[in-house]
Write a protein that binds this ligand. Structure first.
Ligand SMILES: CC(C)(COP(=O)(O)OP(=O)(O)OC[C@H]1O[C@@H](n2cnc3c(N)ncnc32)[C@H](O)[C@@H]1OP(=O)(O)O)[C@@H](O)C(=O)NCCC(=O)NCCS
Length: 197
């Protein structure tokens, strides 16, 4: 199977993210385009989406999976990102290295388990290497069992665990993948990538 991937510029990409997020009813805090623009503006970023046909109408193609990532610097002015960098201290080396933070992503329910997220992750890794990144960092929670299982399959390593003493399911898990050209040799997906400004 060949995966059809679109790599978006910021304005169009932010609108596409707002659109696809509406399909993730299980998550109450869905991202709006303004928030995506605020987060990504002024920093190297990537917005990728995979498209596929509707199960009952092969002529209609829709976005089914997405991934948004951005550079994370040692010195951040945004308070959330500053807090994230502080938490990662001792686990991630920022000095003279480029860190890519995998911020949001997912696959619509009807298309899960068909390799879309792997294809986007492989595209992300390939792009990140081309842009001089050394490591990809991602954050999740214990209770997101599907995401944890997926990150395991994609060979992300746990680098930090923040225990929630009240509810263990709310504990935070930080993972990372160090990038080198050999990572590309492990890639399995066949991808057709279109860039949209
Ligand atoms: C997690 C999620 C992104 C996976 O997307 P997907 O397109 O179904 O993933 P893929 O089909 O590309 O699978 C990638 C790999 O992960 C594995 N995988 C997928 N879902 C899994 C699950 N629920 N449990 C364990 N492993 C899983 C696959 O077997 C595959 O491994 P392989 O390529 O070695 O065979 C999707 O289920 C999702 O959007 N979940 C909700 C998002 C979420 O939990 N967000 C929490 C905030 S962090």
């Amino acid at each position: 199977m060949e995966y059809h991937i679109r790599q978006y510029g910021l304005s169009q990409g932010a609108l596409e993210i707002e659109y696809i997020e509406e399909f993730f009813g299980e998550f109450p805090r869905r991202k709006k385009s303004a928030e995506v623009v605020r987060r990504l503006q002024g920093r190297t970023h990537q917005i990728v989406m995979a498209e596929a046909a509707l199960p009952d109408d092969s002529a209609t193609v829709v976005p089914v999976s997405f991934k948004v990532s951005h550079e994370l610097r040692e010195t951040e002015t945004d308070s959330k990102l500053n807090d994230l960098v502080a938490r990662l201290a001792g686990c991630v080396t920022f000095t003279e290295r480029r860190i890519l933070y995998s911020w949001i992503g997912g696959t619509r329910r009807d298309w899960r388990g068909q390799g879309f997220f792997r294809a986007l992750t492989e595209q992300q890794e390939s792009w990140a290497l081309d842009h001089g990144f050394d490591e990809i960092v991602v954050k999740t929670k214990n209770r997101f069992y599907g995401m944890r299982g997926t990150l395991d399959h994609l060979e992300f390593d746990v680098i930090l665990f923040e225990r929630d003493l009240v509810d263990p399911a709310e504990s935070k898990v930080y993972l990372s993948k160090r990038l080198c050209r050999a990572v590309l040799e492990g890639h399995r997906s066949r991808r057709d990538v279109v860039n949209i400004a």
